[in-house]
Ligand binder design. Structure first.
Ligand SMILES: [Zn+2]
Length: 222
C-alpha cells in the first residue's frame, strides 16, 4: 500500500488505476548521458558528454508547461554589435591608415614641388596645389566624421527605444507571463491520470480533463 492515498477518479469513481502525473511523467521519461569521442586540432582525444532525454508517447503528452523565457536585455545585442564593430575597425583602420600613409607623402611631395613653380595670377603655386588636394581631403574627413556622429546618435535613439520596450516587456513578463506559468506548473503538479479512462483530473475540482487539452486547461484560470 502506498503511503500516499490516491484520489478517486471522477469518471470511474475508483482509485486503482489512478496515478499522479508527476510520477507517471517521470516513469515515461528517460534521461541518459551519451559520450562521444573525437580528436581536436592538436591531436588530443576529447570526450564530450551530452545529456539526452526521451519520452514515451504518453510522457510527451504529459510534459509540464514550458517555462517561458524572459525578454533579453538589449545591451546584450548592442554589446555584440559593438564587438563586431571593434573587430571590423581593427581590420579596416590599419588599411585606411596605410592608405593615408601612402597618399600623404604624395600630396606633400606635390605641394613641395609646386613651391618651385612660378606664381599663378599672383597666387603662390603651392597654395593652389594645397587647396586643390587639401580641401577635398578635409571635406572627406569632415563628411566621414559627420556620418559617424549621425550614426552614433541614430544608434543611441534606437537603444533608448529598445531599452524602453524591454522594460515594458519585462514588466509584463514578471507580472503576468511568469506567474501564469507558475500557476499552470503548480496545477500540473496536482494532476492525476486514470489509466482506465485515459483522462486527467485535479482532486477537488471534479472535472475531467482530456489529455490533449491539458495545457489549455492548466493555463485556464479557475
Ligand atoms: Zn477512471
Amino acid at each position: 500500500m502506498p503511503a500516499y492515498e490516491l484520489p478517486t477518479c471522477p469518471t470511474c469513481k475508483q482509485t486503482d488505476q489512478v496515478q499522479k502525473v508527476t510520477t507517471l511523467f517521470a516513469s515515461n521519461t528517460k534521461e541518459w548521458k551519451e559520450t562521444s569521442t573525437g580528436i581536436d586540432s592538436w591531436g588530443n582525444t576529447v570526450t564530450t558528454e551530452h545529456l539526452r532525454t526521451a519520452h514515451t508517447a504518453l510522457g510527451l503528452k504529459l510534459k509540464p508547461p514550458n517555462e517561458p523565457a524572459g525578454p533579453t536585455h538589449p545591451g546584450l545585442w548592442y554589446g555584440i554589435g559593438g564587438l563586431v564593430m571593434i573587430f571590423l575597425c581593427s581590420i579596416l583602420c590599419p588599411v585606411a591608415l596605410a592608405l593615408a600613409g601612402a597618399i600623404a607623402p604624395l600630396i606633400g611631395g606635390l605641394i613641395g614641388a609646386s613651391t618651385l613653380l612660378p606664381d599663378l595670377a599672383g597666387i603662390p603655386a603651392w597654395l593652389v596645389t594645397s587647396l586643390t588636394f587639401g580641401l577635398p581631403t578635409l571635406c572627406f574627413g569632415v563628411a566621414v566624421l559627420a556620418l559617424f556622429l549621425w550614426l552614433g546618435s541614430k544608434v543611441r535613439n534606437r537603444f533608448g527605444k529598445d531599452l524602453k520596450s524591454y522594460r515594458e516587456n519585462k514588466l509584463v513578463f514578471e507580472q503576468d507571463e511568469f506567474p501564469r506559468w507558475q500557476r499552470a506548473k503548480a496545477r500540473w503538479e496536482q494532476l492525476h491520470y486514470c489509466l482506465r479512462d485515459e483522462s486527467l483530473f485535479i482532486p477537488g475540482e471534479n472535472k475531467i480533463i482530456s489529455i490533449d487539452e491539458m495545457e489549455t486547461q492548466l493555463y485556464k484560470p479557475v
